[in-house]
Design a protein around this ligand. Structure first.
Ligand code: HPA
Ligand code: ZN
Length: 326
């Protein structure tokens, strides 16, 4: 068995994955044709030349442009199935998956129920076919009008039991968690868990806001916690999990190289870290590739195994389901 196989078969959970970020260029082209959505790139190679990002925003521009090709429940089902197949190959037993329904409903005019129907059908078929369990996290898009967040929660309420949690994503700087206090309170009243992207490009204080104001149970990214010793001590003490995404951080130039990634320091300090893939179709690899990148930068196998165990522990699965994954 190769080292890479060992990483791929290590049982793990994926806790930070945007389903729209699994849209590979080939599928985007096929959906554009199928749905008659014009794309500004004539060929796959022209499209492939766009995957060089300076920062979060330059990635988001392409991510939202390709998302426009997703139009029907079948499209969302196919996207989910393609992801679950790759996840299973990487040893992912369970995935808690973000989706951005405000963009689908209010920018691209795809009904919330169609999006949810497609994703849920994908999860149902995928669990049978690949043995991976999945759950959906409705992610609010922080740089859209806050009124659209309220409206999407109106739509989601009738089917609230089909969602496991509320999240917060997209352009971070200038859109602090404090803007979403009411929406998160409402989502928590549905019985949903709460997570939020914070401290990816934004300051450590956004992590504090996510905890204090949104009652986030996990922090997505969170690497800027290292700028604030008091906050870091609190996360260590309260065992707040961080969903780190090394290849994402590399490709969005949050870190200069994988060798400079702060994960080893975070683990040494005692933070509860996990390894995740964020938007794998854009950042050069799925779960196992993220583990492999850290292995290549010298992270020892027992540390990688501990982080995989953390991912199962930090998931929202119940205890019996966690036991199945270990
Ligand atoms: N950060 C913020 N928003 C996102 C991301 C991310 O990495 N991926 C998709 N939406
Ligand atoms: Zn993300």
């Amino acid at each position: 068995k190769t080292a890479r196989d060992a990483l791929a078969t290590m049982p793990k959970a994926e806790l930070h994955l945007h389903i729209e970020g699994t849209l590979e260029p080939e599928l985007a082209f096929e959906l554009a044709r199928r749905n008659d959505v014009p794309l500004p790139w004539g060929t796959l190679d022209e499209l492939r030349a766009q995957y060089r990002f300076e920062n979060l925003q330059s990635f988001l521009d392409l991510y939202y442009a390709l998302m426009r090709t997703l139009r029907t429940a079948d499209d969302f089902r196919d996207l989910m199935l393609a992801y679950l197949r790759r996840a299973a190959a990487d040893g992912v037993m369970h995935a808690e998956i973000f989706f951005d329904p405000q963009v689908h409903a209010f920018t691209d005019h795809v009904a919330y129920d169609d999006v949810l129907d497609g994703l849920r059908e994908g999860l149902r078929i995928g669990e049978k076919r690949y043995g991976v369990t999945g759950a959906l996290i409705l992610s609010l898009v922080r740089d859209m009008d806050v009124a659209t967040a309220d409206r999407i929660l109106d739509m989601a309420q009738a089917r609230k039991d089909e969602i496991v949690g509320i999240g917060l994503d997209s352009a971070e700087v200038g859109y602090p968690p404090s803007m979403f206090v009411d929406q998160f309170a409402r989502a928590r009243s549905f019985g949903w868990h709460a997570v939020a992207h914070a401290g990816e490009e934004g300051p450590a204080d956004y992590i504090r806001q996510a905890l204090d104001l949104l009652h986030a149970e996990r922090i997505d990214h969170g690497i800027h916690v290292l700028d604030d010793d008091e906050l870091e001590a609190r996360l260590i003490r309260d065992r707040i999990p961080l969903t780190c995404c090394p290849l994402s951080n590399l490709r969005l130039q949050v870190v200069g190289s994988i060798d400079d990634h702060p994960l080893p320091r975070m683990v040494r300090d005692g933070l509860v870290c996990t390894i995740n893939s964020d938007d794998p179709a854009y950042f050069g690899g799925y779960a196992a590739a993220n583990y492999a990148a850290l292995a290549g930068a010298g992270m020892p196998p027992d540390t990688l195994a501990a982080l995989a165990a953390n991912s199962i522990e930090a998931s929202f699965a119940d205890d019996a389901d966690k036991e199945r994954m270990r």
